[in-house]
Design a protein around this ligand. Sequence first.
Ligand code: UDP
Length: 258
Amino acid sequence: MAKLEQLSQVSPRCPLPRSVQILGVRVDDVIEDEAVILADEMIRAGGAHQICTVNPEFVMEARRNPAFAGVLARADLCTPDGVGLLLASRYLGAPLRGRVTGVELSRRLAALARARGYRLFLLGAAPGVAEAAAATLQAAYPGLLVVGTFAGSPQPRHEPFLRQLISAARPDILLVAFGHPRQELWIARNQPYLEVPVAMGVGGALDYLSGRVPRSPRWMRRLGLEWLYRLLRQPARLPRIIDAVPRFVWAVARYGRG
Ligand code: UDP
């Protein structure tokens, strides 16, 4: 939280968010508007920052992956993504106010970029997806400056090339879709070289924005059933969903804040 503390001293526009520990993972109690203000402050402050959109799968992964836990602990902002975290926070007596998902925050960051003239780079997802997502965002926010799109790969041997590509494009905001935990580890490893003011892992957000993968209907999201929709569409996700739903519920009930 050190950098967030500095940011909120620099600007009184957004108070320092309260955070909640859920099974040892810090989740910052921000709503979407506040996350956007904080991202704007990060860009004005310059230097390298990382935003993570934490969901129950992240929390469970962090429990068995110390490197990932370290990245989340050092991230400048960990937003609550996933209804499971909201329910857990209520159970723990420290309710988070709302969700800030990767896909919605990506859209809001694109709107911020358009308003302020910030430069956006989309990395990851299958070939063609980042380009299609960029087209969707540019249609929604005409004049948005997308300075790069590239499918790439999270493999370490590709890092020198990706660093060159991204550094040359000089983005203010970098969205990385390599799936968690790889995208968060990739950002943490490469940020010292890239120094992008805001870098955020976005998981499947580019797939949604590109229109290649439909999002669950609004009523299912409202009922917290996004996981069920994803399971019906992609049965191969079952092990991940078991981790994110029953195992997560059990662990929170047993270990609480961790
Ligand atoms: N992906 C990628 N390279 C990889 C692995 C994954 O570009 O080596 C992309 C994949 O195409 C998808 C995203 O990463 O766009 C992962 O989406 P998923 O929904 O699995 O991520 P989550 O939201 O669960 O982190």
